[in-house]
Write a protein that binds this ligand. Structure first.
Ligand SMILES: Nc1ncnc2c1ncn2[C@@H]1O[C@H](COP(=O)(O)OP(=O)(O)OP(=O)(O)O)[C@@H](O)[C@H]1O
Length: 651
């Protein structure tokens, strides 16, 4: 990495504190990095600082050293007093910062005063969600051992200072406040909590804001909110050679100089295929063995964690990390991933959400792959920055589909240059537009489907992941680029290995020519978990019974309609007959009025007919009136339909 010419200075450290220098020596850091060289002297000299420097440039030590030295140099605090507060947006990052402080604190020389052996500063206190320690236990521990330095996430710190710890924990002597990933901490998600914490702290304190993505605009608004006074703004810029331009050899960029930042365009259906081929390409071409792959949601991580083994070499080990896992599972994952012994033929791959985007220092990550670009554009450089740390080489790849390619311009405006990487594998490419769907898509689809078919729970999870992705996509910050209506959902469903398309409004008008459901007997498709399967079967049986009952009821209704039909038809016939009669009567009257020479027999006949008809008519009207009266009673529920039918069915 770029290092300054300035060495770590013993003069920084308090007398008797050679331990800190020993720790730095043991870390192998001969010189300070530029951000350390510019920040440490200022922050130690009681200046507020706002620091922006790329990922992996050593910002942690730039605040750890001044915090330690300030506290060591002052009189000891009481056990209920906090001297420095470090706030971080995630528990993983807080834990990492805590471990850096701990390595310094445990190396403090013991000194002998009044014949007791005491450390200069007590151990730092870590406040993050955990099954091991509740907020009450944190406070108990703090009061019994003291902790001049407290590190934690906003929620737990608020609880500690203003919740259960109110009145017990004192911030009167607070000397330093550090907001790591300050732009994230001061944005909407944490705003209210942060404001409550900041208002509670004494104004006489030093404050440091640190981030890789602290633009001038962010810095100004955040300074006011964080209560900084006349701060020093430190921006460490990265210059890199502009490719192919000789006149203007360097350009400023907001990602590490040694990070190769690529994008690959592919079809939605080819994303999983590209992911797998990229991993293989990296292991063979660059001997890469540690990867981080970012997805849009925790459900997507869970889904790909289950299906990727069917398309990756069996030697690859997958790990998953997202916010819905338990704290202990998150800790375990990070520990096993970072300590895994990996080789190109047995790589370790961490699948995660943005929970791992910021701050995590996993020095051996060779490549970062963004299966989906992040919703928040700022997260992009943080994600890429999990590789190429501390001067090491690293590569980042982002998969872009269709108009998502415009994202490259958006990043370029933010001084994050991206370079096109050719589509990996498959047939030699003509133009990207002309290329037909990669032949291996169907092969991958069938392998993923085979995995899903082993357990119905995997199918449920797949559908959940797919829906969650579409939902996340609809909330993309750069909504003019990421539009759900432009998404090829059918193609995406292939990349997810879905068995059938989920019922969702976004798929209503989708072109399904390119889609075929998997051949599945949905009644037989079972859950691997016995209890869940028993429940499904019970509910299936209930549904079948209900369906049978519904079918029976429908059949009865049809029958009953049929039974009622004569009555209604009869009613129709009666009306017709009535009409005919009226015509006949009027015709007769007309003939009489014309003095028609109708034969007497005919006259007689007609008269008889007429009489019969009129008798008929009276009977009909009587019947109809009776019917109507009874129908009213049926409607009121006074008479049953059956009784009604039996009386009038023959009419
Ligand atoms: N002076 C130094 N010389 C060499 N390596 C260093 C030096 N200081 C820190 N490092 C190493 O650089 C790596 C990155 O440091 P750190 O995590 O502090 O970066 P950062 O700037 O906070 O990154 P991010 O923005 O991702 O949080 C660590 O592995 C650390 O040990």
């Amino acid at each position: 990495m770029a290092v300054s010419s300035v060495g770590f200075n013993r003069g920084f450290f308090a007398e008797d504190n050679d331990g800190s220098m020993d720790v730095i020596d043991s870390m192998g850091h001969a010189k300070m990095t530029p951000v350390q060289a510019s920040t440490i002297p200022l922050f130690m000299k009681h200046k507020d600082v706002v620091v922006e420097a790329v990922t992996g440039s050593g910002k942690t030590l730039a605040f750890v050293i001044p915090v330690l030295e300030k506290l060591i140099a002052r009189p000891r605090l009481r056990k209920n007093e906090v001297g420095a507060l470090i706030i971080s947006p995630t528990r993983e990052l807080a834990t990492q910062i805590h471990s850096v402080f701990s390595s310094f604190l445990s190396a403090q020389p013991n000194f002998d005063s009044d014949n007791t052996s005491t450390s200069l500063l007590p151990p730092a206190l870590l406040l993050v969600s955990s099954q091991q320690s509740s907020p009450e236990q944190d406070i108990e521990r703090f009061l019994s051992t003291g902790a001049d330095i407290v590190i934690g996430t906003p929620g737990r710190i608020e609880e500690f200072l203003l919740g259960k710890g109110r009145g017990k924990v004192s911030v009167k002597e607070l000397e330093v406040l550090v907001l790591d990933e300050a732009d994230r901490l001061l944005d909407l998600g944490f705003q209210n909590t942060l404001t409550r914490i900041l208002t509670h702290l004494p104004k006489q304190r030093r404050t440091g804001l640190f981030s890789a993505t602290m633009t001038d605009a962010d810095a100004i608004s955040e300074l006011v909110r964080a209560g900084l006074r006349n701060p020093a703004r430190i921006v460490v810029k990265v210059q890199s050679r502009k490719e192919g331009v000789t006149q203007q050899p360097t350009e400023e960029r907001r990602i590490p100089a040694n990070l190769q930042n690529y994008y690959i365009t592919c079809r939605a259906s080819e994303k999983t295929l590209q992911l797998v081929r990229l991993i293989l390409h990296e292991t063979t071409k660059f001997q890469a063995s540690q990867f981080i792959v970012f997805f849009a949601t925790g459900a997507c991580v869970d889904h790909f964690y289950r299906i990727l083994p069917s398309v990756l070499p069996s030697e690859a080990t997958l790990h998953s990390l997202h916010g819905h896992l338990t704290p202990s599972a998150r800790t375990r994952t990070l520990e096993t991933f970072s300590s895994a012994i990996t080789t190109p033929s047995s790589p370790a791959i961490l699948l995660c959400t943005d929970v791992a985007a910021r701050g995590l220092d996993l020095p051996h990550v060779d490549a970062v792959i963004q299966y989906d670009p992040p919703s928040d554009a700022k997260a992009f450089s943080h994600r890429c920055g999990r590789t190429a740390r501390a001067g090491r080489a690293g590569r980042a790849y982002t998969l872009l589909v269709g108009r998502e390619e415009e994202y490259v311009d958006l990043m370029s405006v933010r001084r994050i240059p991206m370079k096109r990487h050719s589509y990996v594998g498959g047939k030699a490419l003509q133009s990207e537009e002309d290329r037909t769907e990669d032949e291996d898509v169907s092969l991958y689809l069938s392998r993923c489907r085979k995995t899903l078919l082993a357990d119905r729970a995997l199918h449920d999870q797949a559908a959940k992941a797919f829906v969650s992705f579409v939902k996340a996509y609809s909330k993309h910050e750069a909504s003019y680029i990421f539009r759900v209506k432009d998404l090829n959902l059918v193609g995406l469903a292939k990349s997810y290995g879905l068995l059938r398309l989920p019922k969702m409004p976004e798929l209503k008008d989708a072109d399904l020519d390119d889609w075929e459901d998997a051949n599945v007997d949905w009644n037989e498709y079972a859950y691997a978990d016995k209890v869940q399967e028993a429940k499904r079967k019970a509910s299936l049986m209930k549904t079948t019974e209900e369906e049978q009952l519904t079918r029976k009821r429908k059949a009865e209704r049809v029958e009953s309609k049929k039974a009622n039909a004569p009555w209604s038809r009869k009613l129709g016939k009666k009306e017709e007959r009535e009409k005919r009669k009226q015509i006949k009567i009027s015709k007769k009257k007309w003939e009489k009025a014309q003095g028609n020479d109708v034969k007497p027999e005919e006259n007689l006949k007609r008269t008889r007919e007429e009489v019969e008809d009129s008798e008929d008519e009276e009977d009909d009207w009587d019947d109809l009136a009776k019917e109507e009266r009874m129908a009213k009673k049926v409607r009121k529920g006074e008479v049953s339909q059956k009784a009604f039918d039996s009386k009038f069915a023959d009419l």
